[in-house]
Design a protein around this ligand. Sequence first.
Ligand SMILES: Cc1cc2nc3c(=O)[nH]c(=O)nc-3n(C[C@H](O)[C@H](O)[C@H](O)COP(=O)(O)OP(=O)(O)OC[C@H]3O[C@@H](n4cnc5c(N)ncnc54)[C@H](O)[C@@H]3O)c2cc1C
Length: 385
Amino acid sequence: MCATPKLHNWGSPPWQIDFTATSKPAPLPNVLDFAVIGGGFTGLAAAAWLRKIAPDKSVAVFEAWTVGAGASGRTGGMALAESAAGDLPGLGDVLAGFSEILDELGVECDRHLHGAWEVGRDKALPDSSISWNDSGTLRVTKEIPGGTIDPGKLVSGLARSADRLGAHILENHSVANIRWNDAPEIELATGAPGRKKISARQIIIATNALSLGLSGLQRGSHPRLTLAIATEPVSEEQLEKIGLAQRKPFYTTDLPYLWGRVLRDNSIIFGAGLVQSPDSDDLDGVDISTAEPSRIFAALEERVRGLHLALASVRFTHRWGGPIMFRDSWKPVFAWHPRAIKKKNAIVIGAFAGHGVALSSYLGRWAAEALTGRRELPEWGEAEG
Ligand SMILES: Cc1cc2nc3c(=O)[nH]c(=O)nc-3n(C[C@H](O)[C@H](O)[C@H](O)COP(=O)(O)OP(=O)(O)OC[C@H]3O[C@@H](n4cnc5c(N)ncnc54)[C@H](O)[C@@H]3O)c2cc1C
């Protein structure tokens, strides 16, 4: 059973989510063919794909708040290949698959897959355009496949696509529990008055770092709030000086950790720092205005101003946090729910660490294909513990 969610105090990212569900959708059937729990990139891509490949089946997305309220609407939006654990057997080409999904679903999200940079304090590339003062000198060490997207546009585009294809997108419908009957029964904590339960033949649980009681991911997983800041727009000249004029996103491969990217309006996002829930796995309880997150934000802002003279007096416009989940193995979870192993009627997907922008939609599509018998689940996705 998962507690009724509270409204979270995680600050506001710079992204705009622009989605309104169809005002008069077809009524929900008594038994849904597919229920998707969680309206982030994973759940929305899975729902859209289910309707695309099985247009005669009913699909509903249950989202506790509004679409993108979790990591997807709060992410940095750096699209990366593979997974946080590297390539995995049979994973395939994540970035190519991601692009294919967006093209097939007609999602426009300022996708620029022109490369990303690994940066570090050792073994710099001779032509590194970055040279920052950050516990030594931080320089580009490797160029890798990747790029950036606008997360607000990706959430909105996936939601609109799922809605247009006929999926019900039910915002403010928080799932409290699943009863594992013959047709599993979803119990709602919030949602339509009078309708507190709905049965579903098959389920995708895509709640990521939240509602671990539902996903069965309490063991071997570490939910955290990860923190990010955005600067005011800077001039092209400043971008040149700090080495980001090519607008390649970057992340450090050594410590202290730092990642970032340039936005269309020339503001820059930087991220580093994790906060744990003070007294449980319930990240809803974290308030970014309290002492520990405030201290991390202040230190990060000071660190960014110290990276390069051209940033010495830069102002910051946004501070925010978002849920992220790490597993001991760094591999994502992509497996049958422990209560659904025999019947193969519920899949859990999540725990992408900081590597879920492209992979979440990619595995969302794969989950839709697995539930409709078109594909098997991979062996590496089993939950641990
Ligand atoms: C600050 C930040 C920066 C990041 N930067 C990057 C990056 O640059 N590149 C990268 O690849 N990855 C990055 N990540 C990770 C990436 O954003 C995530 O892996 C990805 O968005 C996960 O998508 P998701 O749909 O699986 O989960 P989420 O987007 O978290 O979606 C889960 C949804 O489930 C809903 N939910 C939870 N409980 C319930 C319930 N009981 N009932 C109904 N709904 C429920 C939540 O409200 C939420 O909308 C970052 C993450 C954060 C937080």
